[in-house]
Design a protein around this ligand. Structure first.
Ligand code: AMP
Length: 400
């Protein structure tokens, strides 16, 4: 019997999903994929087949539309197009696993209770993920669910990379560097084993550059260090998130501007980053690159500057660099950003072939470059499917 796994990847205002069939020998193929965008304003649902043809589409005009009817639409439409086969399992990307969840786990009442206790550590993410898990339990009560934590891949980070210089009592309460985008980094680390085994054993920085963005230092395929920390707010400049910030600024904003905790949170997560630097032109890199506004250009330059500065820190953690991998929306598609980043890393002996870069080739470095530079599309859903089958004890996960 083929297994069909629904992978759910919830963002702050979007839900991406895909259904994959996995055969007896572990051969997998994408059946359906889709997305609900603009949840909270004007939700838009679209379901596509593996070739990208639209199978179903729906818009809601009501900004109050809750998650439940949106998910019902996903569950009903996906089942409608599965042509007789039944869903075997549901896998979730769960952004934060806190200190206690460092591997994928089957969803049980005990796991839900444990994640609920984590809400103060990740107030923006955990309630969102829990609402999704509970809704799917109601809609598909017989289908097992698995939580795949974005923080889990970074469990190999050594204590020196994990600890903040704060009194131990706070660390005991969970205040430490966790790191995120773990499913993406794990996918790239595994992919390198098959396409570039020499790099898989070496020192590599992976740049996951999407709306959220971070860098991970891989040493022999394991996370050694990363730019995101306690929350996905730290590190690089992102679409609307500020990235690394002097913590005194938060105190100053509260004292001098009278901002409440919620207002500061909104400012740092939703009103900062590229959106703020470009003077409101856009949070989206494609729009900024196409804009003639000087502030849009400035935002792009600061994005690259911060990235190169943070990469320098990871290169010191790795004690050198053998490979650099670009992935996610910006990393896979924005050749101009890749060229700007590589120019900043020229001091390391990084050299790229401009034509290969424009073509988005797999390898964009020249043969005499000291560091190999790759462009590898990420696939978090593939990792979710693999982990979900493995947690449910299905041996075919090993072949994925
Ligand atoms: P993601 O979160 O991985 O979907 O990535 C979203 C980011 O990728 C946004 O900033 C997009 O503007 C950016 N992006 C996607 N395609 C392109 C492109 N062709 N050129 C520049 N940026 C792009």
């Amino acid at each position: 019997m083929p297994r069909i796994v629904l992978a759910l990847n919830a963002g702050s205002s979007s839900l991406k999903f895909s259904a994959t069939t996995v055969g007896e020998e572990g051969q997998s193929s994408l059946l359906l994929k889709g997305e609900i965008e603009d949840i909270g304003s004007a939700p838009h649902f679209v379901l596509k087949n593996a070739q990208g043809a639209i199978l179903a589409e729906r818009r809601w005009t009501d900004s109050e539309t809750s998650m439940q009817p949106l998910l019902e639409e996903v569950a009903v439409r996906v089942r409608e197009h599965l042509t007789g086969d039944e869903l075997t399992a549901i896998g979730h990307r769960v952004v934060h696993g806190g200190p206690d969840h460092m591997a994928p786990e089957r969803v049980t009442p005990a796991l839900i209770a444990s994640l609920e206790k984590l809400t103060p550590i990740a107030p923006l993410h955990i309630p969102h993920n829990l609402a999704l898990i509970r809704s799917m339990m109601k809609l598909c009560p017989d289908v097992p669910q698995v939580a795949c934590f974005d923080t889990a891949f970074h469990r190999t980070m050594p204590a020196v990379a994990r600890r903040f210089a704060l009194p131990a009592v706070y660390e005991a309460a969970g205040v430490r560097r966790y790191g995120f985008h773990g499913l993406s980094y794990e996918y790239i680390a595994r992919k390198l084993e098959s396409i570039a085994p020499h790099l898989a054993k070496g020192r590599v920085i992976v740049a996951h550059l999407g709306n959220g963005a971070s860098l991970c230092a891989l040493q022999a395929g394991r996370s050694l260090d990363t730019t995101m920390g306690f929350s996905p707010l730290d590190g690089l400049v992102m679409g609307t998130r500020c990235g690394a910030l002097d913590p005194a600024i938060v105190l100053y904003l509260e004292n001098q501007f009278g901002l409440s905790v919620d207002e500061v949170r909104h400012l740092l997560y939703r009103e900062s980053g590229l959106l703020a630097l470009s003077g409101g032109v856009a949070n989206d890199m494609r729009t900024l690159l196409a804009s003639a506004e000087p502030k849009a250009r400035e935002a792009v330059e600061i994005f690259v500057h911060v990235l190169a500065r943070q990469a320098g820190g990871l290169i010191a953690s790795l004690q050198g660099l053998d490979g650099f991998v670009f992935t996610a929306g910006i990393g896979e598609h924005a050749s101009e950003i890749r060229a700007m980043v590589c120019e900043k890393l020229a001091w390391l002996g990084v050299k790229i072939d401009p034509q290969a870069n424009l073509r988005h080739a797999d390898i964009i470095s020249t043969p005499d470059s000291e560091v190999e530079v790759w462009v590898i599309p990420t696939d978090e859903d593939a990792m979710i499917v693999r982990h979900t089958l493995a947690v449910l004890g299905d041996g075919r996960a090993r072949a994925l």
